[in-house]
Design a protein. Structure first.
Length: 625
């Protein structure tokens, strides 16, 4: 008899739980448009369980229609899935407009099953009356399962096109769906027929809560708080039951046999009622005890909201300290200071007051009360409440200050970039204007003596080189990559440098090197570095240049290594080697290596000057493809 009562109790618990969850979801419908459909699912579950209760009470006129309304359960779940995916930006094949058709079909299947006597009541096991499926009832069940499968196929479709919390929710829904399927299948045991008792249905009250929690956990923070509290009370119930059983085992030898033989079911009911009473009385008891221990220390919700609002408006550490001191004095008429210490132990604010709120950054922010030993308990209690608000405020203010610094740096960089663009435009304009007088000077030199003419032409050529490099350096560097065999370009550059400077360049590279590159930019990099190297070694005996070309394994990054055995670069110049006008090479513009650096930066690559490769001078260039 106990198991029958337990079964009925489980059904009533499911009805009440599902109904309560449905009401709660309905009150939150403005926060999520899919919640009304989920509330309908919970309501359908309550109706289905109510049908089983009527079946146990031998009332077929209510039981059979309610149980054959089974298709409404997966239909309301399908409704929820379609709306949920639609609101999340996942198109579910435009099924939103067909939702009324799904409900109409579910009602049609239900009515047809009722008219054709799709079920009946008959004794089964210890139950005087239990629901059994007839032929049309099996068809009803088949349609119900098909709709449920279709809803989960849509969820799988949504899983493939979603990410983050929505994916986690879908995984949780699938897990809870498997749990619900396991629980609900036991209701067909009488129709198989089976002599196995429907024990899984005893856990049915958990299903409505779990399916809702799997959906709203990442959407409604309130749900997490409620589930946390419910879990705490459930653990307390389990622990109290275990302690009671142990107590009964201990008291039986003491002669209290009647108490030790209390039925398990009654013990569960007594424990549950006791915990419910304790739950209802906890908050009132807490408020009464606080008023007795801390008279006058009550802080109204309006005050707390005001405090939070004021703390959210602070913009600096000193502002935070001043706000807290003012808030505390207005509330308690007692002065207290604020000390704030960062993660490095450096004081951000130090009031110098002996009674103070101390905020310290370790891995996280913490707030302590220092020097409050002589303060009345009521004020001490209020100070603890205020101190509890400060860690989150400090963390938020710290993030705001860091963000403001980042924004300020970005603004400075933007202004600097704009200045550089303007300066580049001005430089380009001046360089263009210089070409006209240089052409005039060059033409005028034609009438001078040969020595003077040669000298003028050399200086004009040098000025032209400076103008060319200045324009190249001042212009915006944009990459235009195309598929090419880079070795054709490299061999052309090497032949050009060798003929101009009469030097020998050894090339270590594959015969072909295909990839996507900006050929003119890489040509400019090679020319500038090789010209610089050739200019330093062509006046010395045994001058050599080695050019190595390869791709880095696994990354397709192009590596250009240029060695020469010319004079070492002075140490004081090495840190500024890629800055404008650092080079001392005769006939150079002083911008060659600076232009190389700008091209390498445009590639998001890297260039280094090295002396540890066995050569006096080495340049290593990394250019990602």
């Amino acid at each position: 008899m106990d198991i029958e009562i337990l079964f009925t109790t489980s059904l009533w618990a499911t009805v009440l739980t599902a109904l309560g969850v449905a009401i709660w979801l309905w009150t939150r419908r403005k926060e999520d448009s899919s919640l009304p459909a989920l509330a309908g699912f919970c309501l359908s579950m309550a109706i289905w369980c109510l049908g089983h209760i009527f079946a146990l009470e031998e009332q077929p006129q209510f039981a059979i229609p309610l149980l054959l309304a089974n298709p409404l359960l997966p239909t309301s779940f399908l409704h929820f899935v379609i709306v949920w995916l639609k609101d999340s930006g996942v198109s579910a094949f435009n099924l939103y407009k067909r939702i009324p058709w799904f409900y109409g079909l579910a009602i049609l299947v239900t009515v047809a099953s009722v008219i054709t006597d799709g079920g009946y009541l008959s004794p089964w096991l210890a139950f005087p009356s239990f629901f059994h499926l007839a032929f049309s009832g099996w068809l009803n069940l088949g349609y119900t399962v098909a709709v449920g499968i279709f809803a989960h196929i849509l969820l799988l479709y949504g899983f493939q096109r979603s990410q983050g919390n929505q994916r986690r929710s879908i995984v949780a829904i699938f897990a809870v769906g498997a749990w619900g399927f396991l629980l609900a299948t036991s209701f067909i045991f009488p129709s198989i027929p089976s002599r196995f008792f429907p024990y899984p249905m005893l856990a049915l009250p958990s299903y409505a809560v779990l399916v809702v929690y799997s959906v709203v956990r990442y959407r409604l923070v309130e749900a997490n708080r409620m589930v946390s509290q419910a879990l705490q009370w459930f653990l307390v119930l389990v622990a109290s039951m275990i302690l009671m059983w142990l107590l009964l085992v201990v008291i039986e030898p003491l002669g209290l046999e009647e108490l030790s033989h209390v039925p398990n079911f009654q013990l569960l009911v007594y424990s549950t009622v006791l915990l419910l009473v304790a739950w209802f009385l906890y908050e009132p008891a807490k408020r009464i005890s606080e008023r007795l221990v801390y008279p006058g220390a009550k802080i109204e919700d309006a005050t707390l909201n005001k405090w939070v609002s004021q703390l959210n408006r602070v913009t600096s550490w000193q502002d935070l300290a001043t706000t807290v001191e003012t808030m505390w004095y207005d509330r308690s008429h007692h002065k207290a200071g604020v000390a704030i210490v960062d993660a490095d132990g450096e004081p951000l604010v130090d009031s110098g007051n002996s009674t103070q709120f101390t905020c310290v950054k370790r891995s996280q922010w913490h707030c302590y009360l220092n020097g409050w030993e002589d303060i009345a308990p009521a004020k001490h209690y209020m100070a603890e409440i205020l101190a509890a608000l400060l860690p989150s405020t400090c963390a938020s203010l710290e993030r705001s200050i860091q963000l403001a610094k980042v924004e300020a740096q970005a603004e400075r960089a933007r202004i600097e970039q704009r200045h550089l663009i303007e300066l580049g435009g001005l430089t380009a304009a001046i360089a263009h204007e210089l070409r006209n007088p240089l052409n005039i000077i060059n033409m005028a030199s034609a009438q001078t003596e040969p020595v003077i003419k040669s000298h003028i032409q050399n200086q004009v050529a040098r000025a032209e080189l400076l103008i060319r490099d200045t324009l190249s350096y001042a212009s915006t560097i944009e990459l235009h990559k195309t598929e090419m065999d880079l070795m054709l370009l490299i061999n052309q550059v090497v032949e050009q440098i060798q003929s101009l400077f009469n030097v020998s360049i050894v090339v270590q590279a594959p015969e072909t090197l295909k990839g996507h590159y900006d050929g003119p930019r890489i040509q400019q990099v090679l020319i500038n570095i090789l010209e610089n190297s050739a200019a330093f070694i062509n006046q010395q005996d045994g001058g050599r240049i080695l050019l190595s070309v390869e791709k880095e394994a696994g990354t397709n990054t192009l590596i250009l290594t240029i060695h020469n055995n010319g004079p070492q670069i002075p140490e004081e110049m090495q840190a500024h080697l890629f800055e404008p006008f650092i080079s001392k090479r005769s006939g150079g513009s002083g911008l060659g290596l600076s232009i190389v650096r700008r091209i390498v930066d445009a590639y998001q690559g890297d260039i280094q000057y090295r002396e540890d490769f066995g050569w006096p001078v080495s340049f290593i260039v990394h250019l990602p493809e």
